[in-house]
Design a protein around this ligand. Structure first.
Ligand code: IMP
Length: 173
């Protein structure tokens, strides 16, 4: 196993996820909300967010891919589409693990807007603001981080490390 420097411990993550769920609930209250989890990276975050959301929260999945190793290719491909019936006329929250260049979120926003939701916002756990290429700012973000390649809590490096309960950085020897 590689050496990993922990960036956010399990309890820090869960505290912040609870805060985000409360902020989202205070926005929507009794309205129905569809959380769109972008697979695979956001799966732990989306589940924890939903578990802490006391309102009418629905869950849908979308899978897009852009990354190879440690770099975004900028070419997004849709691997698992959404059903437009679950989006049309609904309050939608895109749940992302991390926004890096912004290509993925930009693609996902446009894809969902084509399905005519009632409203659309974004909630990302991590925001690598310094690396942004596309001019896009997620509505909610858990933590703003430096230009580091992070793993754990759903985030992978070539499919590895998703199962770590914390978020960290692999120390290269
Ligand atoms: P973007 O299109 O460059 O904004 O990249 C967004 C996607 O790239 C995220 O949904 C992640 O799947 C992946 N990604 C970006 N940065 C990292 C990272 O530091 N660790 C793991 N995956 C990342």
């Amino acid at each position: 196993m590689d050496k990993i420097n922990v960036l956010f411990k399990e309890d820090e993550i869960s505290k912040r996820v609870k805060e985000l769920a409360e902020e989202l609930y205070s926005k929507y209250q009794d309205e129905e909300v569809v959380f769109v989890c972008t697979l695979k990276g956001a799966v732990f975050f989306a589940c924890d967010l939903l578990k802490n959301y006391p309102g009418d929260g629905r869950l849908e999945f979308l899978r897009v891919s852009s990354y190879e190793g440690e770099s975004s290719t900028g070419k997004i491909s849709l691997k698992l589409p959404l059903n437009a019936e679950h989006i049309n006329g609904k309050n939608v929250i895109v749940v992302e693990d991390i926004v890096d260049t912004g290509y993925t979120l930009d693609y996902v926003r446009k894809y969902i807007l084509d399905m005519h939701p009632k409203s659309l916002i974004e909630c990302t756990l991590l925001d690598k603001k310094a690396r942004r290429v596309v001019d896009i700012n997620p509505t909610y973000s858990g933590f703003v981080i430096d230009d580091l390649f992070v793993i754990g809590y759903g985030l992978d490096y070539d499919q590895k490390y998703r199962n770590l309960p914390y978020i960290g950085v692999v120390v290269k020897e």
